[in-house]
Design a protein around this ligand. Structure first.
Ligand code: ZN
Ligand code: ZN
Length: 160
């Protein structure tokens, strides 16, 4: 089971539920809306630290859960990166995806892809050189649009 946390203004549970069922046969359960910890905001960058959000979600007590996924609509960053679409920690089995830079007509498709990508990391996959594979690293939404919502043969083999 994967527990889905989202920021107040987001309503993406149904989308995520279908995505995780189709891609991983995982059951999703909705959690009440969350507020991001103030400490995750970096006023110098005017962005939120994805690792701090991830840490906060990972620390929430939740006994029957295999994975946790947090959806936010703020701009997030990681060390040495201007921004990121998402971050995953396979050891803590927690991932965060931001919708902030995914806006456009196909925002739902982009969110679905980023969710599959981050869960791929939770299952132990790294980045893939195949630019059609969902585990290919996205630098821009163009990269996200270019990849397909499925794992290449090599990646698929590793999670089966
Ligand atoms: Zn990645
Ligand atoms: Zn791949």
């Amino acid at each position: 089971m994967i527990r889905v946390y989202q920021q107040e203004t987001l309503d993406l549970f149904d989308l995520v539920k279908d995505v995780v069922k189709d891609s991983f046969s995982l059951v999703a359960q909705n959690q009440r809306h969350i507020t991001l910890p103030e400490s995750s905001y970096n006023p110098l960058r005017q962005q939120y630290d994805a690792a701090a959000i991830l840490h906060d979600i990972a620390a929430k007590k939740d006994k029957d859960v295999d994975y946790k996924l947090c959806l936010v609509n703020v701009d997030i960053y990681a060390q040495n990166m201007n921004f990121i679409f998402g971050l995953a920690n396979p050891i803590r089995k927690t991932a965060v995806v931001s919708t902030y830079r995914l806006n456009g007509d196909n925002i739902k498709e982009r969110i679905a892809k980023e969710v599959v990508h981050e869960i791929g990391h939770l299952l132990g996959l790294g980045h893939c050189v195949n630019d059609k594979c969902i585990m290919h690293f996205s630098n821009t939404v163009k990269d996200t649009d270019q990849k397909e919502q499925i794992f290449c043969k090599n990646c698929r083999k590793q999670i089966e």
